[in-house]
Design a protein around this ligand. Structure first.
Ligand code: NAD
Length: 437
């Protein structure tokens, strides 16, 4: 699906008109390219908390340049214990924010408010959210801003998150609050191929976002089992063959689907290391016009199937140690959406599922997280009425829709062996959509 407005905006005439008329100006986002360095400019680090040293060590390890254009501003706010301390944010960012290059990065590290020793400290730490979300809206030129709450004891568990948020892989993720907790970190031998030797199962992989997830996990070294309904068999085989993966035709809503899936995993792969619940459908109608089947089918595919499959994966120990489950929710599940009572209920339920199960899974060394995409350019969004589609594309800090690969890169970070401390998160991939912000 092409965004004709963005193409026009990037042309000479387009730039002129857009500036004159004050129209949204979608910047070209820098996306992952294996031939360019992870960090292509200097990273300025400030703040005086417990993360400064681990962050500096990590930047040295990553070979971040010490001069050149400013690629990122990183502030460790974990030393801030009261409102007065928040002034340090202004003092650091005010003179530097304009020096950030295009697709620049702002990362603020904080302490989870619920773990703070005093109410004053918790207040100041909670205040960081407002700062970061506003910076995300102001930064412009494809820049992003995130807040990472790092629990005490998790200082050495931030590498996969730092790499993702500093790099072009997080192109369409902005204004997010991520939590990292203490966990044993499984550092891969090769950070470019962290999933070598792992098996991933991706549902709804015949097209759209699912096909992109399968491709990115394959790029990262996983053997991917691409699952979709028999009716999508031809596309599924093509995707799986292109990736040298395995095709599995299965309708997730059939009664025997969990059993068939469990038998498949047990007989073919011994265990699955990564399970991505991506399959989803929409049957949009306002509530008054919606028939019972439109309600039920959406709840069943988008939420019920995830619950039934998680149950069997966990009950029969089918996920390997350090296993990862990633569920695809939606910004509609956070903000609600007219004509989507069924869809938003299912996608909010996905968030509920993640939050209900994640703490117990951590004890078993597993993680469960969700991504909530906003407007992503796929066949699903191509069928929207034109005006709604245009509004969806522009109503975010980056003034454009995301690409399936943006969702896939976020899932690859959550599925990473070194992301053991990233559990129970819901990460929006929405360019900081105004909806439900
Ligand atoms: P899509 O319609 O292009 O692909 C969904 C895939 O799921 C299809 O291949 C379909 O055959 C498969 N599927 C549907 N029912 C199934 C079943 N019962 N068993 C097995 N497979 C089944 O959709 P997409 O745009 O790629 O969306 C992927 C996911 O992202 C969905 O969960 C969707 O709700 C979510 N999402 C998409 C957007 C967006 O802007 N496209 C935004 C938010 C969330």
């Amino acid at each position: 699906m092409t965004d004709r407005y963005a193409n026009f905006a990037h042309s000479g005439a387009g730039k002129f008109f857009i500036r004159r008329l004050g129209l949204p100006d979608p910047p070209k986002l820098r996306r992952h390219d294996p031939n360019t360095p992870l960090i292509d400019g200097q990273v300025l680090v400030n703040g005086g908390g417990r993360l400064v040293e681990p962050v500096r060590k990590l930047l040295e390890k990553l070979g971040a340049p010490l001069e050149g254009p400013t690629a990122a501003l990183v502030f460790d706010a974990t030393a801030i214990v009261d409102i007065d301390g928040l002034r340090a944010l202004y003092d650091f960012f005010h003179p530097l924010i304009r020096t950030l290059r295009s697709s620049g990065r702002v990362i603020v590290f904080g302490s989870p408010p619920e773990l703070c020793a005093t109410a004053r400290e918790a207040t100041a730490q909670r205040a960081l959210e407002g700062f970061v979300r506003s910076v995300g809206k102001e930064i412009g030129r494809g820049g992003t801003a995130q807040l990472v709450y790092v629990a005490p004891g998790a200082e050495e568990a931030i590498e996969s998150t730092m790499r993702f948020l500093l790099s072009a892989r997080s192109a369409y993720v902005s204004g997010q609050v991520v939590r990292v907790g203490p966990a044993a970190v499984d550092v891969p031998e090769d950070w470019d191929q962290p999933l070598v030797g792992r098996t991933a199962i991706v549902t709804g992989a015949a097209r759209g976002i699912g096909a992109a997830i399968a491709a990115v996990l394959t790029r990262d070294g996983a053997h991917v089992v691409c699952l979709d309904v028999p009716a999508a068999g031809e596309d599924l085989t093509r995707v799986a063959n292109d990736l040298k993966g395995t095709a599995l035709q299965l309708d997730l809503t059939t009664e025997d689907a969990p059993r068939r899936l469990a038998d498949f995993i047990a007989t073919r792969h011994v265990h699955a290391d990564i399970f991505v619940h991506n399959a989803g459908i929409t049957r949009d109608k306002t509530l008054a016009r919606m028939d019972a089947d439109q309600w039920q089918s959406v709840l069943d595919v988008n939420l019920g199937s995830q619950e039934r499959i998680n149950d069997v994966l966990l009950a029969e120990n089918l996920l390997g140690g350090n296993g990862r489950i990633v569920a695809v929710s939606s910004v509609s599940g956070i903000a609600g959406n007219r004509g989507q009572t069924n869809y938003a209920t299912s996608k909010a339920g996905v968030i509920g599922l993640v939050q209900a199960h994640a703490p117990a899974l951590a004890a078993a060394g597993l993680t469960l997280n969700a991504v909530a995409p906003g407007f992503i350019e796929t066949k699903m969004t191509a069928t929207m009425p034109m005006l709604i589609r245009e509004a969806g594309r522009r109503m975010n800090s980056l003034s454009q829709g995301g690409l399936p690969v943006d969702v896939a890169e976020t899932i690859a970070w959550l599925a990473h062996p070194a992301s053991g401390g990233v559990n129970g998160n819901v990460v929006r991939v929405c360019g900081q959509s105004l909806l439900g912000a």
